[in-house]
Design a protein around this ligand. Sequence first.
Ligand SMILES: Cc1cc2nc3c(=O)[nH]c(=O)nc-3n(C[C@H](O)[C@H](O)[C@H](O)COP(=O)(O)O)c2cc1C
Length: 197
Amino acid sequence: MPDSLPAPPPALAALLARASVPPRQLGEPGPDPAALDRAVAAALCAPDHGGLRPWRFVFVAGAARVALGEVLAASLARREPATPPERLDLERAKPLRAPLVIAAGAALRHDHKIPVWEQEASAAAGTMNLLNALDAQGYGAIWLSSAALRDPAVKLALGFAETDALLGWIYVGTPMVDRPRPARTDPSPHRRWWAAP
Ligand SMILES: Cc1cc2nc3c(=O)[nH]c(=O)nc-3n(C[C@H](O)[C@H](O)[C@H](O)COP(=O)(O)O)c2cc1C
């Protein structure tokens, strides 16, 4: 950012400072219920064509993370039957890396005039708001994906319909090290003005 710019207002400063925290750096405590509610409230401020309210967040904490690990390991074993036991153990242990895992999804209306991609875009925008809200409240979080997100059995286990979309695993906790705030890339290659030719 050029130095000549005035300091950004606090909300923008928070957006400009957001950074993911890797699961290995996420410790206890996870967010309290009030902080989580605020984060979900922020998610619900995402744009929403048709007012379909597609945002769905499933919180997995404590012992439920062990059960989620079993679901993930079973999914991997089904998809790739030759997976060695050690790799299954790694998959099983994944949800234990942070105090809270949020399955972020979209309840999709496939019969609606609003295209599914717009519904998914709204759910993804909501998930980004959730990440920003967690970061702004001092928690660390990261959005991760895996092939299990597309497994109908995993969706069903988490209470989604097979026709819904799982968009990601949001790992959340308290940053255990000083949070790196990486210098972001120069915005100029990412924007241009258009004028009629
Ligand atoms: C939909 C989505 C899925 C992602 N999945 C992964 C993933 O599986 N593994 C990973 O290392 N990063 C993944 N990322 C990237 C991280 O969330 C994060 O953006 C990246 O580590 C860069 O950190 P930053 O957010 O501080 O720039 C994903 C991001 C998005 C938007």
